[in-house]
Design a protein. Structure first.
Length: 367
């Protein structure tokens, strides 16, 4: 009961609590604690923001406000109806702030609850196509966001040069004596390192722009209505500047894997080209109008890049003694990195076909 009273106290900084207010835990988010608030006829989501992951809550909330305001404006201009279900709506505090800090130092925010919506954890080609539409449209609507670039809520999140630097430092320090047993995988990573830093090089040469990325493009970050039509993209904490190939690639890494991210049986792990084709079709249907040729030519590379990056990140954590990712058993991070590397090998084997799918699809929409 005491916990509930605390939550009601927090809620009272955003809205006036009704006598019959109900607050219940919502979902199983890995980063933030979420609660559903039913206040009379109105429904909201209350979240405690994980301050150890997102160090600057001011910047985080400012990003989300700018992004959702711009999407709302685009939807209004397009004559859309039911807009409160098609974009997240932040509820400010009574004194106009985008978050509330309680006396224990916790940060809280509130949004409207999107009614009659659902999300999926599993994927099939039809859902992949719709997910492509959702993330393609998300980037399209934000491609002309005015003003300063968004803040980097997690600096260098998808920067391959930065990830390799951290990896090499971990190999050098060999903190827990695991380098010898993974020397073959280290060699494989180094053999690809130069090519995998291509995006940063192209950006420095002025050939690859930074746009607004979601940076967590999983199918469960899309809400659908009861007829499986896309409502909106959610979980906007990591919305920040990045290369479109990273967002494209991360969906393929997670959604087009025939096995599990931590599959011990590497025979299960391959690229699912049906999912790849369907997502590409949906994504380019919406995004082709604003993408440059260089961006399109590197989308399939983005799938390899994000899979390679995750191989490196899991192995770095294994070499550091498993201090970042939660593990369920001793060599979990090694199992993860080997499974990601197998997915990368499958992408390399099928890369010509993946590239052809992207170019053929883009040509169709660019006409």
């Amino acid at each position: 009961m005491q916990e509930n009273q605390k939550l009601i106290e927090v809620v009272s900084h955003f809205i006036t609590p009704a006598d019959t207010i109900e607050i219940k835990p919502l979902g199983a988010g890995h980063i933030n604690d979420s609660f559903k608030v039913v206040n009379g006829n109105d429904e909201y989501v209350l979240q405690r923001i994980n301050h150890s992951v997102f160090k600057n809550v001011d910047q985080l909330q400012n990003n989300i406000f700018r992004v959702t305001s711009h999407i709302r404006k685009k939807l209004e201009e397009a004559g859309e109806t039911d807009i409160d279900r098609k974009v997240l709506t932040l509820i400010p505090t009574h004194d106009g702030k985008l978050y509330y800090r309680d006396n224990e130092g916790n940060y809280w925010r509130m949004t409207l609850f999107i009614k009659d919506s659902k999300s999926y954890d599993d994927i099939n080609p039809e859902l992949a196509y719709r997910a492509g539409l959702a993330f393609g449209d998300f980037q399209r609507m934000l491609s002309d966001l005015p003003g300063e670039p968004l803040h980097e809520t997690i600096p260098n999140f998808h920067n391959m040069e930065f990830r390799l630097e951290a990896f090499r430092d971990s190999v050098k320090k060999d903190r827990v004596g695991r380098v010898m047993e993974v020397s073959d995988l280290i060699k494989e990573i180094e053999a690809r390192a130069d090519d995998m830093c291509r995006a940063e090089r192209l950006h420095r040469e002025g050939k690859l722009p930074k746009r607004i990325n979601h940076c967590d493009t999983k199918v469960n970050n899309i809400l659908f209505d009861s007829n499986d039509r896309v409502l909106c993209v959610v979980d906007l904490d990591t919305v920040m500047p990045g290369y479109v190939l990273s967002d494209f690639g991360d969906f393929i890494r997670t959604g087009a894997n025939t096995g599990a991210e931590d599959d011990k049986n590497l025979d299960n792990v391959n690229i699912d080209l049906d999912i790849f084709e369907a997502y590409t079709r949906g994504y380019l249907e919406k995004a082709s109008e604003f993408l440059t040729d260089t961006e399109i030519e590197n989308l399939a590379f983005g799938a390899k890049l994000l899979t390679y990056m995750q191989t490196v990140r899991f192995l770095t954590d294994y070499l550091d003694g498993d201090i970042y990712y939660k593990i369920n058993y001793g060599n979990h991070n090694l199992v993860r990195s080997l499974a990601q590397f197998k997915l990368l090998l499958s992408m390399e084997d099928n890369f010509d076909q993946m590239q052809q799918i992207v170019l053929d699809t883009a040509a169709k929409y660019k006409q």
